[in-house]
Design a protein around this ligand. Structure first.
Ligand SMILES: [Zn+2]
Length: 114
């Protein structure tokens, strides 16, 4: 058989698993569907770790268009600002509404096992 002796598999959507969790996970990523994400409204095993507010590096505006070109990176670590553990990073591109500059925003996700 294969002799893969890397790190254990990261906990990603497939393993976290249930379709419902995944669906709500997707919704939590969609700014159009959950613009404000009210505190305490989430009772999921997937938690988004908030970092600093994303901001245009060019003009400083936090106004942005919708995200697109999403990439899920199975990278674990601890958030530099909050110190909270994360199990994956989602990178999404968006466009600044202030100056039109494109940028990639990172969001750190923590898939907790129940
Ligand atoms: Zn800008």
């Amino acid at each position: 058989m294969s002799k893969k002796r890397k790190r254990p598999d990261p906990v990603l959507a497939g393993e976290v698993g249930s379709a419902k969790a995944h669906e709500e996970f997707e919704q939590s990523l969609d700014p159009a569907r959950s613009p404000g994400r009210p505190p305490g409204a989430k009772n999921l095993d997937v938690e988004e770790i908030e970092g600093e507010l994303t901001r245009c590096p060019k003009c400083g505006s936090t106004e942005r268009g919708p995200y697109f070109n999403r990439r899920d990176l199975p990278i674990r670590g601890n958030h530099l600002v909050t110190g909270l553990p994360y199990t994956s990073i989602v990178v999404r591109r968006c466009q600044c509404l202030g100056c039109g500059q494109h940028r990639d925003d990172k969001h750190y996700l923590n898939h907790r096992k129940k």
